[in-house]
Design a protein around this ligand. Structure first.
Ligand code: CMP
Length: 135
């Protein structure tokens, strides 16, 4: 059974020049790209995307960061794609993330952890609709 997940290479990843590295890891894993776009988020889209974090103390900082430059949004498909990408990404805190994962290899700070991946089927569906209503 195939599943879809929303993956973002966040503005820090674009600035650092690791978009190709992230895509390469996704492709080498055997997952498939079904949509991809470089775009700069509006505040509205960023707040909608991170709505579940709206009460967190870092919400303002998170919205500033994610709207602060272009990001690459993609829809990734494959068997258990949500879990598969989260395993590739590693733990949210890059210092705790296992070496060999995207965050474990490429990042140091929790607020600048290179990638986002949907964490469950309902959030994947909501996030994909928000970024790619036509897919
Ligand atoms: P992401 O998977 O995009 O979803 C929510 C994001 O909030 C998370 O990645 C982190 O980058 C960010 N985040 C989590 N905790 C903190 C924190 N303490 N300070 C700043 N950003 C955070």
């Amino acid at each position: 059974m195939s599943e879809r997940t929303l993956v973002l290479v966040k503005p820090d990843g674009v600035r650092r020049g690791v978009v190709g590295e992230v895509i390469s890891r996704i492709e080498r894993k055997g997952l498939t790209l079904v949509a991809l776009e470089l775009r700069t988020l509006t505040r509205e889209t960023a707040e909608a995307h991170y709505a579940e974090h709206s009460s967190k103390p870092f919400f303002g900082e998170l919205v500033e960061f994610i709207t602060g430059g272009p990001l690459v949004a993609m829809v990734v498909e494959g068997p258990r794609a949500i879990e598969a990408f989260r395993a590739l990404a590693g733990a949210t805190d890059p210092v705790a993330a296992t070496p060999g994962t995207i965050r474990g290899d490429l990042a140091l700070e929790i607020g600048e952890n290179i990638v986002h991946g949907s964490d469950a089927p309902d959030s994947a569906e909501r996030e994909i609709k928000l970024f790619f209503p036509e897919v």
